[in-house]
Design a protein around this ligand. Structure first.
Ligand SMILES: Nc1ncnc2c1ncn2[C@@H]1O[C@H](COP(=O)(O)OP(=O)(O)O)[C@@H](O)[C@H]1O
Ligand SMILES: [Mg+2]
Length: 260
């Protein structure tokens, strides 16, 4: 059986510099597939290519057998592939609930903007979507913040808001770009538990992260990228002891360091 997300030979260059060089990548439903590598390795670019935010020069990407490349981002979200952003891209002056509802814009028959312009007098469809968004906010522990401006939330809460925005569309898979970066250990544990809970529901997760203890603890498969190429893939234990990955660590620290 082929993987839910199946990427083959993906290449993209910026100004003549290859950000991705013929990368193969696969991620399954109900599993956590980590994508690790130093800054500049191409992790975010890979997420951008499969979510419709960048157009690769070469390669293929399929999601549940449907070709992704060339589709606009909202169509890809509509197929059940959601994402979060490394730099959160919240609408700071919109409230928390409205920010979650942004994640539903592919679902609204009359369109997201129309729905927003009618706030607070929601029509039935939008009201049902708002209830759905509230339920997801409760799930990530942000129900009481629903009416606050998103920009007023502490950073750790904004990271959970980003997860809520991805979850609200009931995706089959979520691409998480550094979900625990900048979080303290307690916040990281909460996020890890949420990620595992989502996985247990059968949702596939692609986890881009520098926090190696988290990656090693929760991942089913780990793929290591360096300078736009895959240097290792396998179980967490296999990738952790792979010579090129070992060589890429600085002093055995938690952070992935330089390329070998
Ligand atoms: N839109 C862009 N324009 C120019 N260069 C880019 C762009 N996006 C990514 N890059 C370059 O591609 C490489 C990979 O970046 P990125 O995917 O953000 O790495 P990572 O997420 O692994 O840190 C870097 O050298 C980065 O500067
Ligand atoms: Mg990145």
């Amino acid at each position: 059986m082929s993987a839910l997300l199946d990427v083959r030979g993906l290449s993209i260059s910026f100004g003549g510099v290859a950000a991705l060089d013929s990368v193969d990548f696969a991620a399954e439903a109900g599993k956590i597939t980590a994508l690790i590598g130093p800054n500049g390795a191409g992790k975010t670019t890979l997420i951008n290519c499969v979510s419709g935010f960048a157009q690769p020069d070469q390669g293929q990407a399929g999601f549940g057998g449907c070709a992704l490349l060339g589709l606009p981002a909202h169509r890809i979200m509509g197929l059940g592939l959601a994402r979060t952003f490394q730099h959160l891209r919240m609408f700071n002056r919109m409230n928390v609930l409205e920010n979650v509802m942004v994640g539903l814009h592919g679902r609204m028959r009359r369109g997201f903007l129309a729905a927003m312009l009618r706030f607070p007098v929601l029509r039935r469809e939008e009201r049902a979507l708002a209830e759905k968004a509230m339920a997801v906010l409760a799930e990530v522990g942000l129900a009481r913040a629903a009416g606050k401006p998103a920009g007023a939330l502490p950073y750790g809460d904004q990271k959970r808001l980003a997860l809520a925005r991805a979850l609200v569309s009931d995706p089959k898979m979520i691409l998480l770009d550094e979900p625990v970066a900048g979080l303290n250990p307690a916040e990281t544990r909460v996020m890890a538990d949420l990620i595992l809970k989502v996985r247990d529901r059968g949702v596939g997760l692609v986890l881009v992260e520098h926090d190696m203890s988290l990656v090693m603890r929760v991942s089913d498969t780990v793929v290591a990228l360096c300078s736009g190429r895959t240097i290792a893939s396998g179980t967490p234990a296999e990738v952790q002891r792979h010579p090129e990955v070992v060589a890429a660590y600085l002093g055995g620290g938690e952070e992935f360091g330089l390329c070998a």
